[in-house]
Design a protein around this ligand. Structure first.
Ligand code: DX5
Ligand code: ZN
Length: 221
């Protein structure tokens, strides 16, 4: 059975004055997740959304996928969960103890899903021991901070290696990819084994957003 690819539009590229409309548009276009890129200006060079944005948009019928590009994820985890986050992904590079952080977040809610993300220059090997603890691994295919960047081609072998590792060990962990995905870069990413596709500019700047979702799902290459 063909696996269902999930498309997760990133608020970073949405029109900030019409966020609610943009979220409805994403849902109507066939997106199932909404990706909130939370950046604190320390972990990465941008300053974006806080928990109040999740609260304002969490009830629009999309799965609320919160990507914490922040230096102290545990400081705000509870606030994002209370705001309506369905998944919280933190960065390997931002914490001293990955498992302690994951366990602490899980204790905050009986339903929260937890993801671990790595930046482009972080070797995949650094996180292999932790994969099975997480609902998803988020492979950053651009440097954290801004949408509209070029896809980093070395990300493809990282995705393939992670997919092979998950398959070999029969883990349930999903692979999410974030950054520079469009009609040109999506094919090798899907072939490598990605399950969830974060999209900023390609989706929100598209003439036809339904078509953009089909392209990112591999249904129209
Ligand atoms: C970088 C952001 C971007 C964004 C996706 O910190 O995480 O990757 O979500 O934007 P595009 O699809 O325009 O690269
Ligand atoms: Zn992201």
């Amino acid at each position: 059975m063909e696996k269902e690819i999930i498309v997760a539009p990133s608020l970073l590229s949405a029109r900030k004055g019409e966020l609610a409309e943009e979220v409805i548009s994403a849902k109507e276009a066939g997106a199932k997740w909404l990706h909130y890129d939370i950046i604190d200006g320390h972990f990465a060079p941008n300053l974006t959304f806080g928990p109040s944005f999740v609260e304002a948009l969490a009830d629009k019928g999309l799965y609320n996928d919160v990507h914490l590009m922040i230096t102290d994820p545990l400081k705000y985890a509870k606030k994002f969960i209370q705001a309506g986050a369905d998944n919280l992904t933190f960065h390997f590079e931002a914490v001293d103890d990955v498992i302690e952080t994951e366990e602490t977040i899980r204790k905050m809610s009986s339903t929260i899903q937890v993801g671990l993300s790595i930046k482009p220059r972080t070797p995949l090997e650094n996180i292999l021991p932790f994969v099975n603890y997480f609902d998803l691994i988020l492979i950053m295919s651009v440097e954290p901070g801004f949408s509209g960047q070029e896809y980093i081609p070395s990300s493809t072998e990282k995705i393939a290696a992670l997919a092979a590792y998950i398959k070999k060990n029969n883990y349930k962990t999903k692979i999410e990819v974030d950054g520079g995905l469009n009609g040109e870069t999506i094919k090798p990413v899907l072939e490598a084994g990605a399950d969830i596709i974060v999209t900023g500019n390609f989706f929100f700047k598209a003439e036809d957003r339904k078509k953009a979702v089909r392209i990112l799902k591999g249904e129209e290459l």
